[in-house]
Design a binder for this molecule. Sequence first.
Ligand code: CMC
Length: 433
Amino acid sequence: MSIGASRYHEHVTESITITDNRSGESVEIPIDQGGVDSKPWNQLMPGVWFNDPSFGTTAAADSTVTELDGVNGILRYRGYPIEQLAERSSYLEVAYLLVNGELPTAEEFETWRYEITHHTFIHENVRKKFLEGFHHDAHPMGILVATIAALSTFYPEAKDIFDPEVRRKQIVRLIAKMPTLAAGAYRFSRGMPFVYPDNSLDFSANFLSMLFKTAEPRYDANPVLAKALDVLFILHADHEQNCSTTAMRTVGSAHADPYVATAAAASALYGPRHGGANEAVLHMLERIGSIDNVPAFIDRVKAGEERLMGFGHRVYKNFDPRATIIKNTAYEVFDVTGKSPLLDIALKLEEVALADNYFVDRKLYPNVDFYSGLIYQAMGFPMDMFTVLFAIPRVAGWLSHYTELLEQDQRIIRPRQIYVGAGERDYVPFSIR
Ligand code: CMC
């Protein structure tokens, strides 16, 4: 007996067949755009779950936002190659593209730029009570996560998530306020006064002004550094179904408002396996200390005693295209700031790893984080700001996925489990445990 699969079009010719050997029943399921629908499996074998805890083989979304081909090292936002966007676009234009699906006309961009620029201020209570309420040595990422969540209470209308206009307003606010919150967290942790946004500056230059301005009436960032930061923002703006985006979609599927969903996504990004890796790369380079120590370090990695941070990726089994762009950006930044002494160690590590069968066989290549930390450090950012710099542009990607999820009216995300715990047993009192 065969159970039919439904959602597919005439053009689908490839399929798989699953047979339940307990009953002899089979189901043929079409392969549609590289995906196989789970529903016929479920109908064939109710109560038997596909065991994929880290979603290595599970497509959790039909998405139009970002195309990532990890085998061939391809990354495109809404169809546009990342290389072209990094070279010719700006972060604000890319944010528009991600959120709206198309590049803006000149007029649409001007409206967008104006809207973002005029939503950069934060409520004074967010500054006075939240940003300045933390302990003096609070990690800026912890401050950022908490203040993003707190914004939900300042904009209660954000709960009206199915009104496209209301939603758009929160998207503008979040993209605009991220640099202000991030810079505020940094200034507070350094005991420096808060710097208000300067609406005459563009997105990246304004962020640098809020971070580094001291007594001067206007802070004009070095244009090469502002441009480099903008390129890094473009490269980090989205990366399809990564850990933090999955957190965003999971929380969004419960119909939570965009602020708390973004705070959840930012929390996921905080982890060293995800957005915290560039900080871990610098710690690693500092520990290695000199290029002479590189071969011994690589031996320890191969023995499983260390992990080569900034290498490897769940999806890329080839060069991460962002890493290639970042390496070029690093040289432009070092021309201005002077070379980081850790660069030589990084270059040697890359050279040794790429020539070693351990890394070649496992298809481990440098990822986006391998060089980004070196750039941030050269630009004067302390290490605890690195993940914050990742979070600022990723908000555009998170919100694009959030919008897509709501517009597709996806069911609440609720995986199954394979229960492997104790069978039923009776409660026993303390006296006989
Ligand atoms: N150093 C040494 N060995 C590694 C590394 C590494 N960085 N990454 C993977 N491997 C080995 C791993 O030990 C395993 O070997 P074996 O088959 O002998 O057990 C094999 O390669 C497959 O690794 P995996 O752990 O199954 O890979 P994963 O997909 O679960 O992990 C990763 C992906 C990114 C968490 C991992 O590569 C890693 O921890 N890298 C270092 C941290 C890092 O750079 N993270 C930034 C990721 S890019 C930023 C982003 O997009 O969020």
